[in-house]
Design a protein around this ligand. Structure first.
Ligand code: SF4
Length: 70
């Protein structure tokens, strides 16, 4: 699928060679799943993206938290 200025290198004339189905950006199996937030609120990528960001923020905050000496 080529919309706008980006084209996916896995797209072969509308078929995704990863999921072996029609290109459906942001759905499970797609390289974009959970990595980007889509303007369409129905995209399954959006919830996965939010969870990923929360997990990364928790990891970041845990690293930044000062260790408490006994
Ligand atoms: S489904 Fe995702 S990985 Fe597959 S061709 Fe489309 S944009 Fe690329």
């Amino acid at each position: 699928m080529n919309q706008g200025g980006w084209s996916c290198p896995h797209d072969r004339d509308g078929l995704c060679h990863i999921i072996k189905q029609e290109c459906d950006p942001g759905h499970k199996g797609c390289v974009l799943y959970g990595k980007v937030k889509f303007s369409s609120q129905e995209s399954p990528s959006n919830e996965a993206f939010e969870k990923r960001m929360e997990r990364r923020m928790r990891q970041f905050l845990n690293k930044e938290a000062p260790t408490q000496e006994p």
